[in-house]
Structures are given as structure tokens and as C-alpha cells.
Design a protein. Structure first.
Length: 221
């Protein structure tokens, strides 16, 4: 049975951006290839697609409402040259414009010169992530793996992650080019190395409708 967002915290939206693939490819043409992850920011060509009424952002707005906005975007380009694996984990940090020490926010880190911080879990629980597939992803080409329903487990301590994954099971997020996977940002997920590596580009975008407190501001896209 296909996964559904309301129950499983993950759902495939078939062909959501098939018509827009040429425009997305053109917008990302200057991004260096074969990189594990490249942050995308200030890309005017993508802005209309990521807006709440755009071809990409509309999938997030269906869950979060029209006030949602993209707050972080990363292009993953997995290939034979960059055939990495990623263990089971939750995404727990957000990217902000500058560090403003705020109760409930921490620890802080700096990645690629940008400030990241772990916010209160309730903020993460109110976010969604979209994975926009620019290439097909079959079972042997390192699809995202998710533990359906694990987003409802709250903040999962690292040492209990394996047990939570066992309790919820594992689903592989296969996709055709132009499909979008929508999932709850805190869902437990992982990715194996590809068995038969082929180019697998995914534009991953986090969305939120929340305003940050105490002068904190989203770094944005």
C-alpha cells in the first residue's frame, strides 16, 4: 500500500514537477556536479517554483498553508563518483541568518560558513521537507529509506534509533524523474550506497510557516 502523509509522514506525489524539469535543470545548471550536497540560495530562477503557489512549493502549502516558505534548499548529486551512504537519523537543525542566543535553541554549529542551530522539537515537527527528483531512483540506486510514522516518536535519542526503526519498519522512496516526495521533517531516514550507481540528483527543500523568536531569522533560499 502506498505511503500517505497523514499516517506515515511520507507521501510520493507522482509527476508533480515533470513539466518543470527543464526549467529546474536550467536554474541549477551552474551548480558544480558530483557533490554530496550543495546549498542553494539566492537562485531567482527557482524562486517562483518554490513559492507557496509554485509547482514545488504548492506541495508544502497543501500541508502547512499558504504562509509557508522555503527555508533551506540543498542539491544532492549522487553518482558513481559520489556514492555515499547515510545512516539512520533525524534532521534536527535549521539554518539561520546569524547567531542570536535564544532559550530552547542549541547547540549551535557552523556549516559552510552558515549558522545552524537545533530548535525546540515542536518547530521541527511543524515543518515539511520536499525531495524533488530530477533523475529516476530505483531500488538499486540508493533511494531514500524512511521509517513510516517515526515522526510521531518525538526527539529520538541516538542510541534508541535502531529500536525505533525496527518498531516502525522501513520503506524505500522510489521515484521517477519529476516525482516529489513529501515527508515530515523529523521522520527517521537513511540512504544506502547505490548497488548500481547512476546519476541521482535530488533537490531537497525544507519548508516552514513559523516565525522565529528573539530576532532569529531564517537564512532562506
Amino acid at each position: 500500500m502506498p505511503l500517505g502523509f497523514a499516517v506515515d509522514g511520507a507521501e510520493r506525489i507522482d509527476g508533480a514537477v515533470t513539466a518543470e524539469l527543464p526549467a529546474i535543470d536550467a536554474a541549477l545548471a551552474d551548480v558544480p556536479p558530483d557533490r554530496a550536497g550543495v546549498r542553494i540560495a539566492g537562485n531567482a530562477a527557482l524562486a517562483s517554483l518554490l513559492a507557496a503557489d509554485g509547482a514545488i512549493g504548492a506541495s508544502a502549502a497543501r500541508v502547512l498553508g499558504e504562509d509557508c516558505r522555503p527555508v533551506r534548499a540543498v542539491l544532492f548529486d549522487k553518482s558513481a563518483a559520489t556514492n555515499w551512504a547515510l545512516g539512520w537519523h533525524q534532521d534536527r537543525t535549521i539554518c539561520v541568518r546569524e547567531r542570536v542566543d535564544t532559550p530552547g535553541f542549541g547547540p549551535w554549529t557552523v556549516k559552510a560558513g552558515l549558522h545552524h542551530v537545533e530548535p525546540p522539537f515542536a518547530l521541527l515537527a511543524a515543518m515539511v521537507t520536499l525531495r524533488v527528483h530530477l533523475d529516476p531512483v530505483g531500488a538499486d540506486n540508493a533511494p531514500l529509506l524512511v521509517a513510516p510514522g517515526s515522526h510521531r516518536a518525538g526527539r529520538v535519542p541516538v542510541d534508541t534509533v535502531p529500536a525505533v526503526v525496527r518498531a516502525h519498519g522501513i520503506a524505500a522512496c522510489l521515484a521517477a524523474a519529476g516525482d516529489v516526495w513529501l515527508y515530515a521533517t523529523p521522520i527517521l531516514h537513511a540512504s544506502d550506497a547505490a548497488v548500481r550507481p547512476a546519476r541521482r540528483r535530488v533537490l531537497q527543500v525544507d519548508f516552514s510557516a513559523a516565525l522565529l523568536p528573539n530576532g532569529l531569522g531564517w537564512a532562506g533560499v
